[in-house]
Design a protein around this ligand. Structure first.
Ligand code: SF4
Length: 84
């Protein structure tokens, strides 16, 4: 849970709330989440209310979605870190 922007209406402007957002899933934890629920998922929604492009293993999550044949994989991003 992180974002590189601080949109006025968003909880990321609340410094006390942001302080509570610590840690990241480790790779083995991501694999466990995928193994447990991706085979039953109709959709894998990455981001929305956070910025997924800040997560260095973003590609890995998409790859896991593909590996478990999730039929719809979607990313919501503020696009500030996207390049051509
Ligand atoms: S999560 Fe979305 S709405 Fe909130 S600060 Fe980031 S870009 Fe803005």
């Amino acid at each position: 849970m992180a974002c590189n922007l601080r949109c006025k209406m968003c909880y990321f402007t609340d410094k006390d709330y942001v302080k509570t957002l610590k840690g990241q899933f480790k790779e083995d934890e991501i694999n466990q989440v995928a193994k447990t629920i991706f085979n039953r998922a109709l959709k894998l929604q990455i981001g929305c209310g956070t910025e997924p492009t800040l997560y260095k293993n973003l590609v890995k999550i998409v790859e896991l979605g593909k590996a478990y044949a999730v039929s719809y994989i979607s990313i919501t991003t503020n696009a500030n870190l996207l390049t051509k």
